[in-house]
Write a protein that binds this ligand. Structure first.
Ligand SMILES: Cc1cc2nc3c(=O)[nH]c(=O)nc-3n(C[C@H](O)[C@H](O)[C@H](O)COP(=O)(O)OP(=O)(O)OC[C@H]3O[C@@H](n4cnc5c(N)ncnc54)[C@H](O)[C@@H]3O)c2cc1C
Length: 418
C-alpha cells in the first residue's frame, strides 16, 4: 500500500512532509489538526505496515531505537497543531487541553484568570502536555502539588488500531480501573495521547520563603522529613550542603559542618504561614536556626524566574527513599574522598518516596573524570540509590502483555520501553 496518499487523505497534503534524514525506508512527519485526524493517520499507517512515533515539543524525531520488527516506514506524528484548550471549568478547577500545548502556554492562558497548573518550575513546563504525561518524567514534581500526572483526571488516546479511548470517568466515585494510569509513562507505546483533563489550582494569595541553617546534612534531612510527616505542604524545599551553598550563593561560607535549607510555601496567607511554621518548628527541633531570608529569595527567583544558577550541571542525579538519603550522601562523600575528589550536593523534589539528590563531583576544581564518577555512582548504588529516571523493569512482562493485546504488530513507538 502506498503510504503517502493514505497520509494525505488523513490530514491533507500540506501536513505531510518526507524526512530526508530517514530516506530508506521512507519516513514522514505528519501534523494532524484534530484527535480524529490522529486516529485516521494511525489507522491508515498501521494498515500500510508503517510504525508510529508521537512527537511532542521535542519537535524533532528522536529516541528511535532499532525496530524489533525489522525496518519499516515510520510516521512521526507531531502534536504541534493540537495546541488548544478544549474546555476550562473555572468552577470545578478542571481544564481539558490538547496534547500539543506546552505547560507554559497553558499557564499563560490560566494566569490572567487567577489560575495555575501548579507549582512546577517553568523549565519543566516547556514540554508538551502529551510529552510530559507520556514520559512521566520524575523531575516534574512539586512538593505541594505532587507529580504532574497526579493532576490527571482523564486522558484521551488513540490506540494502535485507530480506536480512541477516553479514560475520564465522571463522577470520579464511579468504580473500575483508572486506565489513564497505564497511559501515563507509557512513552507512546500503548496509545497516542491526544488530550487530557487536568485538575488546576487557584493562584496562591501568598508566597512565603524562608532560609535555615542546620548543624549537619543529617539534621537538615531529619528536619525536612519531620516537617513533611507533620503534613507541611511546601511549594518547594531544597537542602544545600556547604560546598553547594558556596557555589549557588556567590561564595557563601557556612559555619563548619552546617547545611542550608530553603523553603517556599504558598496558598491562602494563613495556610502558607502555617506550612512555613511547621517547617520552622521542625528545623528548631533539629537544632537549626532561621537565617538570611535573602538566600531563600534568590533560590526562589532562580527556580521560578529563570535566573541562571552558577556553575556546571550536576554530574550525578539520583533518587533515594527517605531512609536512604543520609547513607547515600555519606557513601558518595566517602567514595569521593577516597578517590581524592569532592562531591557537593543539593537535594530537592521531596515526596513521600524520598527526594532527588544532585551531586557535582570535582577534582582540583574541574569536573572529575568518568572513571571517578562511575565509581562514585557505584557507591551510591550500593548505599541504596537509584539513577533518576530508572525504570521499574520488573513490570516489563505486564507491559509486554498489554502491548501484545493492544498492538500485536508493534506499530506504536517500536523499540521504546522494550
Ligand atoms: C526516561 C526519561 C526520563 C526523563 N526525565 C526527565 C526529567 O526528570 N526531567 C526533565 O525535565 N526531562 C526529563 N526527560 C526528558 C523528557 O523527554 C521531557 O522532559 C519531556 O517529557 C518531553 O516532552 P516533549 O513534549 O518534548 O516530548 P518529546 O521529547 O517529543 O517526546 C518524548 C517521548 O514521549 C512520546 N510522546 C510525545 N508526545 C506524545 C503523545 N501525545 N502521546 C504519546 N506519546 C507521546 C514521544 O514519542 C517520546 O517517546 C526524560 C526523558 C526520558 C525518556
Amino acid at each position: 500500500m502506498n503510504l503517502v496518499p493514505e497520509l494525505e487523505a488523513a490530514v491533507g497534503a500540506e501536513n505531510v512532509e518526507p524526512l530526508p534524514d530517514f530516506a530508506d525506508p521512507p519516513c514522514y512527519r505528519v501534523t494532524p489538526g484534530s484527535a480524529a485526524e490522529v486516529a485516521e493517520v494511525v489507522r491508515r499507517a498501521g494498515d500500510a505496515g508503517a510504525a508510529i512515533h508521537p512527537v511532542g515539543a521535542g519537535g524533532r524525531p528522536s529516541r528511535v531505537d532499532k525496530d524489533p520488527k525489522g525496518e519499516r516506514s515510520r510516521v512521526f506524528i507531531s502534536t504541534r497543531r493540537l495546541d488548544q484548550v478544549l474546555q476550562l471549568d473555572e468552577h470545578s478547577l478542571l481544564v481539558h487541553a490538547q496534547a500539543g500545548i506546552t505547560g507554559l502556554d497553558l499557564e499563560r492562558i490560566l494566569t490572567p484568570r487567577g489560575l495555575s497548573i501548579g507549582d512546577y518550575p517553568p523549565v519543566v513546563l516547556t514540554s508538551s502536555l502529551g510529552g510530559i504525561l507520556a514520559v512521566r518524567t520524575p523531575g516534574k514534581s512539586s512538593a505541594r502539588h505532587g507529580f504532574f500526572e497526579d493532576a490527571v483526571v482523564g486522558v484521551s488516546a488513540v490506540l494502535a488500531d485507530g480506536r480512541t479511548v477516553h479514560t475520564r470517568v465522571a463522577p470520579r466515585r464511579s468504580t473500575g480501573p483508572d486506565l489513564a494510569r497505564a497511559l501515563c509513562g507509557s512513552e507512546g507505546t500503548i496509545g497516542f495521547i491526544t488530550s487530557a483533563v487536568l485538575r488546576i489550582h487557584k493562584k496562591p494569595e501568598a508566597r512565603l520563603v524562608a532560609a535555615y541553617l542546620l548543624p549537619s546534612f543529617d539534621a537538615a534531612v531529619s528536619a525536612v522529613l519531620f516537617a513533611l510527616r507533620e503534613e507541611a505542604a511546601p511549594s518547594g524545599l531544597r537542602i544545600y550542603d556547604a560546598g553547594e551553598a558556596a557555589r549557588h550563593f556567590d561564595g557563601l561560607v557556612l559555619p563548619p559542618g552546617n547545611t542550608l535549607v530553603c523553603a517556599g510555601t504558598a496558598g491562602p496567607t494563613d495556610l502558607a504561614a502555617c506550612d512555613r511554621d511547621l517547617i520552622t518548628s521542625a528545623v528548631l527541633a533539629e537544632g537549626g536556626t532561621i537565617t538570611d531570608h535573602a538566600l531563600a529569595d534568590l533560590w526562589w527567583r532562580r527556580l521560578h524566574a529563570g535566573e541562571p544558577t552558577p556553575g556546571p550541571a550536576p554530574t550525578l542525579q539520583i533518587m533515594a527513599t527517605p531512609g536512604k538519603l543520609r547513607p547515600v550522601y555519606a557513601a558518595v562523600n566517602a567514595e569521593a574522598a577516597r578517590l581524592g575528589a569532592i562531591a557537593r550536593a543539593h537535594v530537592s523534589r521531596f515526596d513521600p518516596d524520598g527526594a532527588v539528590m544532585f551531586f557535582t563531583i570535582e577534582r582540583d576544581g574541574v569536573p572529575a573524570d568518568d572513571t571517578t564518577c562511575a565509581a562514585i555512582e557505584r557507591a551510591a548504588d550500593a548505599a541504596g540509590a537509584w539513577l533518576l529516571g530508572a525504570r521499574a523493569v520488573k513490570l516489563d512482562a505486564y507491559l509486554r502483555a498489554l502491548r501484545d493485546t493492544l498492538d500485536p504488530n508493534r506499530i506504536m513507538n517500536p523499540g521504546t520501553l522494550s
